[in-house]
Design a protein around this ligand. Structure first.
Ligand code: SF4
Length: 320
């Protein structure tokens, strides 16, 4: 998968002060599974080092001002933004990761100021806003929010599901393959959003009698919308319990207790999602429950993403 990333997060010396903000989760961990396309709209037009800038609201319009002399450089930065958006447009991206709080790259966390210099709120950086408009369904996140394990799990799950859909689409699937794809994603979609999950089921049942091309487009839009949603712990817990139900006649008393304890501990935010998922997967394998084994939700992303950074005591031996 190809992910566009703020260049400074990959260690490129493109910040206003000539430095970087290398992020080891992105560069080292995610980098094992993705190719990166770095970008930096500010360097293109202002070079590095350069005076820092801020977003200032003038009569409900956001302008970009240099901090040192308050010169308006909005038009210049917009030019850099257009150039970078056009460069990314020709790539097949799976996602974009932005540097948080930046006047160009912040994804809703960039401080905005009043004319008198007082901070007034938060907004999108110019480049992040242009990307959001250009790619409404593409997975996007900020490096700051990725420190939150739940956000990280959701984003990584979205990236891998989005990438899988794009690969699936390239194989020119027919109705039969679409139904099989949907079946494999059922529990993941249900964990994301119950309503979208049901609607996707209706689309694959083709209750409206649509041509396949139209039906596929509808499915794609709904699928990408569903995977962009943040699963709640409550909905994930329900799905885990539902999946455990498929094993109720096979599991021993102690296996049942282990599984339900892990689901409970996940719900209390004491262990990451991947742990009860992994236990379910191991039991499904042991008892050869094929319907569960084919579910992507049991292995939604490689184990070493999204969890080792915040869970002490968890190691490769804990997860198979
Ligand atoms: S414009 Fe974006 S990529 Fe460039 S230094 Fe600032 S935050 Fe990093």
């Amino acid at each position: 998968m190809n992910i566009a990333v703020s260049g400074c997060l990959l260690g490129e010396k493109v910040r206003y002060d000539g430095g970087d903000k290398r992020d080891s989760f992105i560069a080292d961990e995610l980098g094992k599974y993705a190719e990166f396309t770095p970008f930096c709209p500010e360097t293109i037009v202002f070079g590095t080092p350069r005076p820092s800038v801020r977003l200032v609201t003038f009569q409900e319009q956001i302008k970009v001002l240099r901090n040192c002399d308050l010169v308006d450089v909005t038009k210049e930065l917009e030019k850099g933004v257009r150039e970078e958006v056009n460069r990314l447009k020709i790539l097949e991206l799976t996602g974009i990761i932005f540097k948080s709080r930046s006047p160009s790259c912040g994804l809703g966390t960039t401080p905005t100021y009043q004319e008198n210099g007082l901070e007034e709120g938060k907004s999108y950086g110019l480049f992040a806003k242009a990307c959001r408009d250009e790619y409404p369904l593409l997975p996007m996140e900020e490096e700051g929010r990725l420190c939150d394990p739940e956000v990280r799990e959701n984003f990584v799950m979205q990236l891998f599901a989005y990438d899988a859909f794009e690969t699936f689409k390239k194989a020119s699937p027919k109705m039969k393959e679409l139904v099989a794809f949907h079946t494999r994603y059922k529990f993941l979609l249900q964990a994301k959003d119950e309503k979208d999950y049901r609607e996707l089921g209706n689309v694959t049942a083709n209750r409206e009698g649509l041509e396949f091309g139209e039906l596929f487009q509808k499915y794609e839009h709904l699928f990408k919308t569903a995977i962009s949603k943040k699963s709640s712990i409550k909905s994930i817990r329900n799905v885990l319990e539902h999946m455990a139900g498929f094993l109720k006649n096979e599991l021993s008393t102690s296996e049942k207790a282990t599984l339900h304890k892990q689901i409970e501990e996940y719900a209390q935010k004491r262990i990451p999602l991947i742990m009860p998922l992994n236990t379910l997967y191991q039991y499904a394998k042991k008892y050869e429950v094929d319907y569960l084994l084919e579910q992507v939700f049991l292995q939604p992303y490689p184990h070493n993403l999204a969890l080792y950074s915040y869970l002490e005591g968890l190691n490769e031996d804990t997860l198979v």
